[in-house]
Design a protein around this ligand. Structure first.
Ligand code: ADP
Ligand code: MG
Length: 374
């Protein structure tokens, strides 16, 4: 067992999970969370996010490894003793109880005196701006209101740690944005630590202090939102967070500060090194659509490729142009809908340019992950 690092509130060390004793759905999970952080697990469906939360809450056993909270291993602690608040996508409110009774429930089971319960319930009804709804039943509330009640019920007993598993998944876009705002406001105001699960990258980027990008049972990168976007660790993260053009290239040569690769046809591209290694036969050049410039006699940028214009999608505030490279690869370019938006004829050939500092070269194959059943 590893000693816990000073200052870390929550730690996963080499946590593995199998349900069937054959395949690991969580291969080797490591994560450090500081008190008061808002950490998001972001990953595609089936990547093991819910499993991680269930192990943390104590509803699933850990196959091997350790979870430490406040310096103490909790892997063997009963769920109710972990004092963790939880919010799920399907509100899970008691339908036969009123809103006030739902909020009182976690306090009643913790044997708080009645007078105090009443005060606390009023306080939390006010906090979620539902002061006049205490006597309604969940069935008489809108989806957004129900989710606010579920949130208040998870927070009312003042847990130090709150787990949220896709809590906004069932809400429409506008309500979801309101709730994102609401959750981050309560987090700032009350100071609890959050582990949040979502597969929505925009939600993760806007809400989190740090994001763990999760795929195939391992953390691919754990970093602040702007770091993830600006310095993705591998091709999976580059592709999963925001939009990215991934262009196949050959024979990456590692120079002192950059990687030089060639596109089929011979054009040489310089990029920052993502995770290429000496001797790799292929690389993937990754450059975001907003970093590409459609050249029309503008400044000469580090990288220049010939490209054939295919079509444009008008989005309103910006325009997305699609091009084909001589190698057959497609790239998208995003340009603000202002005087810079060029006029192009279908099939017209032009030059696309971008800076070395705005692109990365990654390995084609991910590095192998060690994670055998033990
Ligand atoms: P996510 O929340 O990222 O969508 P899950 O943690 O729910 O992923 O699932 C990860 C994998 O584990 C999936 O392949 C899923 O089918 C499997 N799994 C999840 N829960 C169970 C369970 N209780 N029993 C067996 N397999 C499960
Ligand atoms: Mg899930």
């Amino acid at each position: 067992m590893e000693a816990s690092k000073a200052g870390e509130f929550l730690q996963f060390a080499n946590v593995k999970k199998t349900y069937d004793q054959k395949t690991l759905v969580v291969k080797n999970f490591n994560l450090d969370v500081k008190q008061g952080e808002f950490v998001t697990l972001l990953g595609p469906s089936g990547s093991g996010k819910t499993t991680v939360l269930m192990m943390l809450a104590g509803f699933e056993n850990v196959t091997s490894g350790t979870i430490t909270m406040d310096g103490r291993p909790i892997t063997k602690t009963a769920p109710y003793k972990r004092n963790i608040g939880m919010v799920f996508q399907n509100y899970a409110l008691f339908p036969h109880m009123t809103v006030a009774e739902n909020l009182a429930y976690p306090l009643t089971v913790r044997k708080m005196p009645k007078v105090q319960i009443r005060q606390r319930v009023d306080e939390y009804l006010k906090l979620i701006e539902l002061s006049h709804f205490g006597n309604r039943h969940p069935g008489q509330l809108s989806g957004g209101q129900r989710q606010r009640v579920a949130l208040a019920r998870a927070l009312i007993f003042e847990p130090t740690l709150v787990l949220m598993d896709e809590p906004l998944g069932a809400l429409d876009k506008k309500l979801r944005e309101q709730m994102q705002f609401e959750i981050t406001r309560l987090h700032k105001q009350l100071g609890f630590t959050v582990i949040y699960v979502t597969h929505d990258q925009v939600e993760a980027l806007t809400m989190s202090s740090r994001i763990a990008v999760f795929n195939e049972g391992v953390v691919q990168q754990y970093a602040a939102p702007d770091d993830l976007y600006e310095r993705p660790a591998n091709a999976f993260v580059a592709n999963f967070i925001g939009e990215n053009n991934l262009i196949s290239a050959q024979a990456p040569i590692l120079e002192r500060d950059v990687v030089r690769s060639s596109l089929p046809g011979g054009t040489s591209i310089t990029a920052q090194n993502g995770n290429c290694q000496a001797g790799d036969a292929e690389s993937i050049i990754s450059v975001r659509p907003e970093k590409l410039v459609i050249q029309a006699g503008g400044p000469v940028l580090d990288n220049q490729v010939e490209a054939r214009f295919i079509t444009r999608h008008y989005v309103g505030d910006f325009i997305r142009y699609y091009f084909e490279l001589p190698s057959g690869g497609k790239v998208a370019v995003k340009t603000l809908n202002d005087t810079r938006a060029p006029d192009l004829r279908d099939g017209q050939t032009t030059t696309l340019g971008w800076r070395t500092r705005d692109c990365f070269a990654f390995r084609k194959e991910p590095l192998p992950v060690q994670g055998e059943l033990q």
